[in-house]
Design a binder for this molecule. Structure first.
Ligand SMILES: [Zn+2]
Length: 470
């Protein structure tokens, strides 16, 4: 049953009754009648705190109900909150492991699909876990196909938490740079937006529980933003109550990498979550152009664009794992749209397979591990010998992406690589040069991405949406 909504007006009535002795003597219907007249004459500004308070209460109510739902009983004691967190983490880990184990058992690890999701927010309530969303993006990903589709939208929540506009202003100016309500861009109808997102997730995940992955630190924020959208959508029973679980993308990457190495018969005891986390956090693709939404591309804030974030996470997954499974990487789906200089795959000899592990981005290969490709300058795509191009569901050929090669001596094309690892030895993962040095290394040309794109205004699976920007 849909729960009762809080209204700004009722909040005003309650406060008025508490403040006036006369009000306390009235019954609620009398007070409502009396306050109705006052409320009528109040300006939008004056009503602001009550309306914003009502919204926060709705979001918090939803959080409370979610807790009730997953435990089947009310939680009164404070120490149970901790237990609940621990249980939440266990549930997240077990579910992630189960998904990957099942895919592995079905010899289908490379086709397992995951949805990565990110929110930007305008502001967070001071005393509670309420975030006001500003932008959302999700991307559907598999190792085999890379990015299968992207959904991206800006959000106009209509109001931000009362009294926090300077906080919101500051947050926006230092991060995503999105204009604040009432000038916010994007979808205004939260219920519609929620339905669109649920629709999209259902398209990606079918009848399975809806799960999205995001970096662990953002999980509370992403959960809260989903609640913000959902609490306006309560009356519509099915979708309004649809729960979206938010899991840790770092843990997913770690477990997936372990299993990928296992099926590829690569053994490396150094695969710890510390190593995969640091790989993720190195942000190899931070400066990739042309992957943000148009607003962020034009305002030069693509780093903070949610569409760019989910895209970069997908690239990072491909970068870490496609080589192990000898999956042909396609520009725009597994890696940035177009690369310069161009890479080629050559056969690796057996000896190089012996000791190399696969923890360097192939974008950061030190010189010693790269075999030079002499003759050809015309290879414009990543290609791979046909015998390895497709690993079907049977046996995996052990391989290693150290075989990717490029002419790293082209100093102007690759300014940062020259000074990174002159000794030619592979650096330990935690001693790698900072990826800030990559700035400028990827001056990539515009290109059209053959990826299905969803935006909120045209929510349908269509062909590629091209950017017309130069
Ligand atoms: Zn954006």
């Amino acid at each position: 049953m849909a729960p009762k909504k809080h209204s700004g007006f009722m909040m005003f009535v309650t406060e008025w009754r508490n403040r006036n002795a006369e009000g306390r003597r009235m019954t609620i219907p009398q007070a409502v009648a009396h306050c109705g007249g006052i409320w009528e004459k109040m300006t939008t500004q004056q009503r602001g705190p009550y309306n914003s308070g009502a919204k926060n209460a709705d979001v918090l109510d939803r959080a409370k109900r979610e807790r009730l739902n997953c435990h089947g009983q009310g939680i009164a004691q404070v120490d149970q909150a901790q237990q609940e967190t621990a249980e939440g983490v266990m549930h997240m880990k077990r579910t992630t492991e189960r998904i990957i184990r099942e895919a592995k058992k079905a010899h289908d690890l490379e086709n397992a699909k995951f949805v990565f999701a990110a929110f930007n927010f305008f502001t967070k309530a001071l005393t509670s876990d309420v975030y006001v969303p500003a932008e959302f993006a999700a991307c559907e990903y598999s190792l085999k196909e890379g990015i299968r589709s992207i959904y991206s939208t800006m959000i106009d929540p209509g109001q931000i938490i009362f009294g926090q506009s300077s906080d919101a202003q500051h947050h926006s100016a230092t991060t995503h740079s999105l204009p604040l309500p009432p000038n916010a861009l994007g979808e205004r109808n939260m219920a519609k937006l929620h339905r669109n997102i649920v629709d999209y997730l259902k398209k990606c995940q079918g009848d399975k529980p809806l799960i999205v992955f995001t970096p662990v630190d953002d999980i509370p924020m992403v959960k809260s933003c989903f609640r913000y959208l959902a609490c306006e959508d309560e009356d519509d029973t099915e979708i309004g109550r649809q729960k979206i679980e938010v899991f840790d993308i770092l843990y997913l990457m770690f477990i997936l990498k372990k299993e990928v190495m296992d099926v590829a018969d690569l053994h490396d005891e150094n695969v710890t979550q510390y190593v995969t986390d640091s790989f993720f956090n190195r942000e190899f693709f931070e400066f990739t152009p042309q992957i943000a939404c148009q607003y962020h591309e034009e305002n030069d804030r693509s780093k903070y664009c949610t569409q760019s974030m989910v895209t970069r996470w997908a690239y990072t997954f491909s970068d870490l794992m496609c080589g192990d499974l000898a999956i042909t990487v396609q520009p725009g789906k597994h890696i940035p749209p177009k690369t310069n200089p161009n890479y080629r795959v050559i056969h690796s000899d057996a000896s190089s397979l012996a000791q190399e592990s696969s923890f360097d981005s192939f974008y950061s290969l030190p010189g010693s591990r790269v075999k030079k490709e002499n003759q050809s300058q015309d290879s414009t795509n990543f290609s791979i010998s046909s015998s390895r191009a497709s690993i079907a569901s049977s046996s995996y050929v052990p391989t290693d992406h150290t075989a990717f090669t490029a002419d790293l001596n082209e100093a102007e094309a690759f300014p940062s690589l020259g000074r990174r690892n002159p000794s030619g030895r592979r650096p330990p993962a935690n001693n790698a040069p900072t990826q800030r040095e990559r700035n400028g290394a990827w001056d990539l040309p515009t290109n059209s991405r053959p990826i299905k794109k969803f935006t909120d205004s045209d929510f349908s699976i269509t062909g590629a949406v091209k950017k017309n920007k130069k």
